[in-house]
Design a protein around this ligand. Structure first.
Ligand SMILES: CC(C)(COP(=O)(O)OP(=O)(O)OC[C@H]1O[C@@H](n2cnc3c(N)ncnc32)[C@H](O)[C@@H]1OP(=O)(O)O)[C@@H](O)C(=O)NCCC(=O)NCCS
Length: 190
C-alpha cells in the first residue's frame, strides 16, 4: 500500500503522525485550550475528555494502518498547535481525497493551516490513482474557506449538510483542486 510521509518538515512547522500514547496529554490540553474557538464549527469538541482524546488517537492509528485517513499533529516550534488530515469519506470515489484542519487560536493568522494543507495536497497527489483533493467547510466559516482559495482550489459545489455544530448553516461548500490544476501551478512556479 502506498502511504504518505509520516513526518513532513516545513521550516518552523512539522507535520507528523500522532503518537497515541506520548501525545495524549499535550493534545488533550491543546483541545481544552482551543475549545471555545473550535466549538462553533466542530461538533466533536462537545464532551471533550481525556478518554475521548485517547480514543481519537487510537482510532487515528488504526485508520492510518488501513490507509483510510492520515492525521498529523501540526507542530510549531516544537509544540502541538493543531491537527490536519488527509482522508477519503466512505461515500467518496476512490480517486478523491479530502483535507481537514484546525488550529489552536494562538497559531492562527500566520499561514500555518495554509502551509499544512499545501503539504497534504502534495502528499495526496503522490498516492496513485488520486485525481482530485477537496476541502469541505461551512460557507459561514470564512477562515476555513480562505485556505483552499489561497491554494488555487475552485468552488466545486454546495450541498445540504446536517447542522451538527452551533455556527453551521446547513450547507457544505466544497472546494476542489485537480491533479492537473496542481501540476499547472507547479509548472508556473518553476
Ligand atoms: C480554519 C482555521 C484553521 C484557519 O486558520 P487561519 O489562521 O485563518 O489560516 P492560516 O493558518 O492559513 O493563516 C492565514 C492567515 O495568515 C496570514 N498569513 C501569514 N503568512 C502566511 C503564509 N505564509 N501563507 C498563507 N497565509 C499567511 C494570511 O494572510 C491570513 O491572515 P488573515 O486571516 O488576516 O487573512 C482556523 O480558523 C480554525 O482553527 N478554525 C476552527 C476550526 C475549523 O473551523 N476548522 C475547519 C473546519 S472545515
Amino acid at each position: 500500500m502506498d502511504l504518505p510521509q509520516q513526518t513532513i518538515e516545513l521550516d518552523d512547522l512539522t507535520l507528523r503522525r500522532f503518537d497515541s500514547e506520548a501525545d495524549l496529554p499535550e493534545l488533550f490540553r491543546v483541545i481544552e485550550e482551543s475549545s471555545e474557538h473550535l466549538r462553533p464549527w466542530m461538533a466533536w469538541v462537545d464532551g471533550h475528555s481525556l478518554a475521548k482524546t485517547a480514543d481519537f488517537l487510537a482510532r487515528r492509528a488504526e485508520r492510518w494502518a488501513t490507509g483510510e485517513e492520515f492525521t498529523y499533529a501540526i507542530v510549531l516550534n516544537g509544540a502541538i498547535v493543531g491537527a490536519c488530515q488527509l482522508f477519503r469519506r466512505d461515500d467518496a470515489p476512490d480517486n478523491g481525497r479530502e483535507i481537514g484542519y484546525w488550529l489552536h487560536p494562538v497559531a492562527t493568522g500566520r499561514g500555518v493551516a495554509t502551509r499544512a494543507a499545501r503539504a497534504l495536497v502534495a502528499q495526496a497527489f503522490r498516492l496513485p490513482g488520486v485525481d482530485y483533493v477537496e476541502v469541505v467547510h461551512d460557507p459561514a466559516n470564512r477562515a476555513s474557506g480562505a485556505v483552499p482559495a489561497r491554494l488555487g482550489f475552485t468552488e466545486h459545489l454546495r450541498r445540504p449538510a446536517e447542522r451538527l455544530a452551533p455556527a453551521q448553516t446547513g450547507e457544505d461548500r466544497i472546494w476542489r483542486l485537480t491533479r492537473q490544476q496542481a501540476n499547472t501551478q507547479t509548472t508556473e512556479a518553476c
